[in-house]
Design a binder for this molecule. Structure first.
Ligand SMILES: Nc1ncnc2c1ncn2[C@@H]1O[C@H](COP(=O)(O)OP(=O)(O)OP(=O)(O)O)[C@@H](O)[C@H]1O
Ligand SMILES: [Mg+2]
Length: 272
């Protein structure tokens, strides 16, 4: 179902819808002005019908998060206020998605930039995976769910697939995530953990350094771009290991490996 902008121009008697920022599988996101706060810009995500549970999931996860590169939640919109499946009002991140940026650059990005982005995402994941009282696992890290702002900083969005990691928790009940980025355990309905997001990060980097090719875990590699240094290819291979035990065990560990690779790549390029 394609949703149109709400008929009344003030949603929940407060938000003036300006235009759609993006539309995904589960929601449409509008840029809106908050009329109670002098027109402050907000991103209003309205869920499509039939997936109220995703609204509740995203709302509850966002409420517990406070990080400069995760949009903060400002308000919610209930069915009675014009959002049949619920809506969240978030901080508006001015920028473009990494997916749009990548396409606009002819699907070619330089290795040190992708490593820099990997390092930034590791810092965000490190925060999520160590958040209290329970770690948060994003479970849908992909270029369309990362926004790039004007100062080159990445923001992680779309917590509609996220969950809290529970020690002794039940298995994941639904397969979430996106082909090419979802880890093997997401297909097996095993409980996702921090390493599941590290696999997604591997898929993200692989996609950006291989002209938009998806990584399939059944594929007998190495089909990866040989213009990329062996060190960075090694990092991606480790992030994308089928078995979680063979991956980096934490975002911090992965980020440190990327820092080293980036320093090395920059010093090699400086020789030429
Ligand atoms: N806080 C925000 N600030 C600015 N733009 C945003 C924000 N949140 C979402 N968007 C825009 O809306 C698009 C869709 O948002 P989101 O990924 O949350 O929806 P979705 O339906 O879950 O997407 P999908 O199913 O494709 O993953 C994003 O790609 C982005 O362009
Ligand atoms: Mg999305």
């Amino acid at each position: 179902m394609v949703m149109n902008a709400p008929a009344s121009d003030l949603l929940a008697s407060r938000y003036r819808i300006l235009y759609p920022l993006g539309q995904g599988m589960e929601a449409i996101v509008f840029l809106a002005e908050d009329t109670k706060l002098c027109g402050r810009l907000r991103a209003v995500k309205l869920y499509k019908q039939g997936i109220e549970s995703r609204y509740i999931q995203e709302r509850d996860i966002l409420v517990g998060l406070q990080h400069p590169f995760v949009p903060s939640i400002a308000d919610t919109i209930d069915p009675s206020e014009g959002a049949p499946s619920g809506g969240v009002v978030m901080e508006y991140v001015q920028g473009t998605s990494v997916l749009e940026h990548f396409r606009a650059r002819g699907k070619t990005l330089n290795e040190s930039l992708v490593l820099d982005w990997g390092i930034q995402l590791c810092a965000i994941l490190d925060y999520l995976h160590n958040s209290l009282p329970q770690p948060v696992i994003h479970r849908d890290l992909k270029p369309g769910n990362v926004l790039l702002d004007e100062r080159g900083r990445l923001h992680l969005i779309d917590f509609g697939s996220a969950r809290w990691y529970k020690v002794d928790g039940l298995l994941d009940t639904v397969r979430l995530g996106t082909t090419g980025f979802a880890a093997p355990e997401q297909y097996e309905h095993e409980q996702s953990d921090a390493r599941t997001d590290l696999y997604g990060l591997g898929g993200f980097m692989y996609y950006l350094l291989n002209q938009g090719r998806l990584h399939y875990f059944a594929q007998a590699d190495d089909r990866s771009n040989h213009a990329v240094t062996a060190r960075t290819r090694g990092i991606m291979k480790k992030l994308l290991a089928y078995e979680r035990q063979a991956r980096f065990q934490s975002a911090m560990e992965a980020g440190q490996a990327m820092e080293k690779a980036r320093r090395k790549a920059l010093s090699l390029w400086n020789l030429y």
